[in-house]
Ligand binder design. Structure first.
Ligand SMILES: Cc1cc2nc3c(=O)[nH]c(=O)nc-3n(C[C@H](O)[C@H](O)[C@H](O)COP(=O)(O)OP(=O)(O)OC[C@H]3O[C@@H](n4cnc5c(N)ncnc54)[C@H](O)[C@@H]3O)c2cc1C
Length: 408
């Protein structure tokens, strides 16, 4: 039985470990944190956006760029860096905003998302997981009909792919989700995807890791930083750690999000992943809380119902490489959330659990899933704004590469 070490126990690593275990590999899941999903996967927007899947680089981003660069859109903050890697990443992101490129990227992401949907059914049939999972549907709020029309080609693409979405007016949408009555601004159109679920990624990962340990003998090494990938004659032989003895293995899968330090410069995809920092908060749901997940495009906020709680996520801070919780940015985020749907959750300063994470974004929004510079090394990185939605689809793509590389 081939031994695989998966570095990184976020949603992508745990999903990869699941499919590798199921395919008969002896898997060890490794993370520097003391458990799974304590990085970017911890408290994200919780939405499995199968019908959204839109690439970050889009004509709409391009149109808003002057506003964003002048600091007039509070949802975005761009800190220009004199770092060639950042500048090239930024230029590549702009190139991906061209309509044809953006549409092709979105199509690719929707394909991965649709694979996640199928595979999640397998996971749920095999394991009894408790992660406040609910197929609650998702609504995207456009302030005007014109704003919706400007992205209508993406809507048409989704229809051509058989994705179920309805375009509603405010009254029709409010009949389905009464919390929309609380929204203070005009709503021109609502795109409703009834099949999109939400669920807590951290609990999903914790439950699935437990299940994999019991059913497939998954090994875990938590609380240990990987310092290097060991090799002999160009073939992977194991991992070395900061404080622990090395781990022998035949294959290594890197699911470190945006962490590329373990790769030599020559194999590090240059200007391919840059962190885009966001914030979330989780608060007790009020009696009028939404059931359906809601995306407020005006404020770039997402709201999801998770059992007795509401999870809100948003903001996109681009430029700073190191994750740092900014109290000022959190205040901006919290105020915008209260302005939009304050009536749906308890929002006293002590009532909310604040969090921040960095989305590992590629310019095209497509994750990097490919073999590495060593025989037996594979990368599954850069899932950006959609890692929860793409995790199982990406893991399947990875597994196909691994089995092909092993002559399987
Ligand atoms: C505010 C916000 C809202 C979001 N909302 C959504 C949403 O609603 N839906 C959605 O689909 N996506 C969402 N995302 C995106 C999603 O959270 C990410 O794409 C996803 O979590 C990335 O998962 P990952 O497993 O690749 O990375 P991570 O979760 O960061 O996992 C990588 C792991 O690798 C470990 N690691 C790295 N280097 C080493 C090393 N050398 N040794 C040992 N361990 C190492 C880290 O400790 C970490 O645990 C959101 C993100 C943010 C920030």
């Amino acid at each position: 039985m081939k031994r695989v070490a998966v570095i990184g126990a976020g949603v992508v690593g745990v999903a990869s470990a699941y499919l590798l275990c199921r395919a008969g590999y002896a898997v060890t899941l490794v993370d520097r944190n003391h458990g799974p999903a304590l990085g970017t996967s911890r408290a994200n927007g919780a939405q499995l956006s199968y019908a959204y899947g839109d690439a970050l680089g889009s004509p709409s981003l391009l149109r808003h760029l002057p506003e964003i660069l002048m600091g007039r859109d509070p949802a975005y903050r761009v800190r220009l860096q004199a770092d060639p890697e950042f500048l090239i990443w930024g230029l590549r992101l702009l190139a991906e905003c061209l309509p044809a490129r953006s549409l092709a990227n979105t199509r690719h992401l929707l394909g991965l998302a649709s694979a996640t949907r199928r595979l999640l059914e397998d996971v749920l049939a095999e394991f009894d997981l408790s992660f406040d999972y609910q197929v609650s549907g998702k609504m995207i709020l456009y302030s005007t009909a014109k704003a919706f029309e400007s992205g209508a080609n993406v809507h048409r693409l989704k229809q051509s792919m058989g994705i179920r979405q309805e375009v509603l007016d405010r009254d029709e949408a409010t009949a389905i989700e009464p919390a929309l009555a609380l929204y203070p601004d005009p709503i021109g159109r609502v795109v409703y995807s009834p099949d999109d679920p939400a669920g807590r990624p951290d609990r999903f990962c914790a439950g699935l890791v437990d299940g994999l340990v019991r059913r497939y003998g998954l090994q875990t090494v938590f609380g240990e930083e990987v310092r290097g990938i060991r090799s002999l004659k160009g073939q992977v032989t194991g991992l070395s750690f900061a404080t622990r003895e090395p781990l022998d293995c035949d294959l290594v899968v890197m699911t470190t999000g945006g962490g590329l330090d373990l790769l030599p410069r020559g194999d590090r995809p240059f200007a391919s992943i840059w962190p885009v920092q966001g914030y979330s908060m989780t608060a007790r749901a009020s009696a009028s809380a939404m059931r359906v997940s809601i995306t407020d495009l005006k404020r770039k906020l997402v709201f999801a119902r998770l059992g007795a709680d509401v999870r809100i996520a948003g903001l996109a801070d681009i430029g700073v490489k190191r994750l740092r919780f900014s109290g000022g940015r959190f205040v901006t985020f919290r105020s915008a959330s209260i302005e939009a749907f304050g009536g749906t959750f308890d929002h006293g300063a002590d009532d909310v659990s604040p969090w921040s994470g960095a989305r590992p974004c590629t310019p095209s929004s497509r994750p990097i899933i490919r073999p590495g510079h060593l025989k037996g090394l594979y990368l599954n990185l850069g899932h950006g704004t959609l890692g929860w939605t793409l995790c199982l689809g990406s893991a399947q793509y990875l597994l196909d590469l691994v089995t092909a590389g092993q002559g399987g």
